[in-house]
Every structure is written in C-alpha cells, then in structure tokens.
Design a protein around this ligand. Structure first.
Ligand SMILES: [Mg+2]
Length: 230
C-alpha cells in the first residue's frame, strides 16, 4: 500500500464539527436564555475563528481560548446575566456529547483498520475531545491519539508532527499521509514536516497558492483509494 500510516484530523474530517458546534451552541443559549438568531450565530463564528487562529499561531494558550470566546461573544451581545465561564463550561460539556459524523467516515475507518496504522491528530480541548471519542467509540480505530492540549503544542507546529512521528516509531516520512480539512493546520503542518497531505475539501474551495496539498478530495471515502493505491 502507498501510505501505511494515516494521520486523521478529527473535526470536520471524521466528525461533523460544524453540526456539533451549532447544536451545542443552540442548546447552551437556550439553557441560559441568550438570544441566538442568524446575526448572533455569525458573530460567534467570527469570534471563535479568530480565537482558534490566534491559538494556531501560538498567540493564545488553550486555557485562555476556553473562556475568551464566550467572554468576547457575551460582551459583544451586551449580555451580562450569565457568567461567561459558566456558559463556556456548559457549551464544552454539550459539545462533548455530540456525535455527528462526516458521511461515510466511520465505515471507511472500519475498512481501513485491519490494514493500516492510524493515529488521530487533533487541535482541541482534551476533555471535549476525549469525551467525544468516548461517546462515539471512535477511539478504537487509532493506536495513537494526539490532542494538542495534552502536549502543549498544536498543528501546524513542527513539534506536534515530530511528537506524532516519534509515537509511531519513526517510520520513513514517505509512508505517512495526513488527512484533514484545514489548510492552515493540517495541510500546512504536514507539508512543512515533509509528509504527504490530503485536503478534505467537500466545498471544492480553490487550491491555495502555497502549501499545496498532495491530494485534494471531495468525499472522505476517497482516502481509502489513495491510501491503498500502489
Ligand atoms: Mg478539522
């Protein structure tokens, strides 16, 4: 097979994080009575995206990220009736319970499991990711699970990939393939580390000018064909 080692991103690659997040946000706002219409949803998305980008650049640490999103969101809404920390904790708990999968991803992992060595590589909060892996039973597919908060370094940073490579026993880099939806963390990080990259790009966005992925796929099931080709 072409790539005996497969590194999978979790959010929006195996689990449908957008759907999970929307669900958790709606449940959280309903619980606290916080208004949530299209404008508020867009606002949260903008704030959340900016916080994660700062985290990936190493400018914000995970404990800050955990609460900063809701502090900024509630303050932008002028909402002072609920403490941001309480809202953030409620949201993260709800998020940990969600189990929406990217269509076809789990069946594919089932088929790949006997023939490949697979690791899960995710930038995320450890309690959320661990509880989602537990709730979905996805942990069984992976011999290594690397969560950025647990090792204090995130994709795309070199040390994240070096750590993963070490855990897998230093196989030749040409045998590794990372699969993920994020150009800034998965594809850029894999590219800079010198391994093949597969961009899960269901919306057919334009290829980036730099850090081009080795493969560009529209359906997650295409990973199997890429991984098995000789
Ligand atoms: Mg992702």
């Amino acid at each position: 097979m072409n790539y005996p080692y497969l590194l999978f991103d979790l959010d929006n690659t195996i689990l449908d994080f957008d759907q999970s997040k929307a669900h958790a946000l709606a449940t959280t706002c309903a619980h606290f009575g916080i208004p949530l219409g299209p404008r508020e949803k867009d606002l949260y998305t903008t704030i959340n995206t900016a916080c994660w980008a700062a985290y990936e650049r190493g400018e914000m640490d995970q404990p800050t990220l955990r609460y900063a999103r809701f502090e900024r969101f509630l303050s932008a809404l002028n909402w002072h009736s609920s403490p941001a920390r309480e809202v953030a904790d409620f949201f993260l708990h709800e998020l940990g319970q969600t189990r929406f999968e990217v269509n076809g991803a789990v069946d594919m992992l089932e088929r790949l499991k006997p023939d490949f060595r697979m690791a899960l590589v995710t930038n995320g909060l450890k309690d959320v990711q661990r509880s989602r892996l537990h709730a979905t039973g996805l942990g069984r597919f992976f011999e290594e699970i690397i969560i950025s908060e647990e090792i204090n370094v995130a994709k795309p940073q070199h040390e994240f990939f070096a750590h993963t490579h070490r855990l897998l026993g230093h196989p030749p880099k040409s045998e590794l393939l990372i699969i993920g939806d994020s150009l800034s963390s998965d594809i850029r990080g894999g590219h800079d580390f010198g391994i093949a990259t597969c961009w899960y790009n269901p919306q057919r966005k334009a290829l980036p000018p730099t850090h081009q992925p080795t493969f560009d796929i529209q359906h997650i099931r295409e990973v199997e064909w890429i991984a098995r080709q000789r």
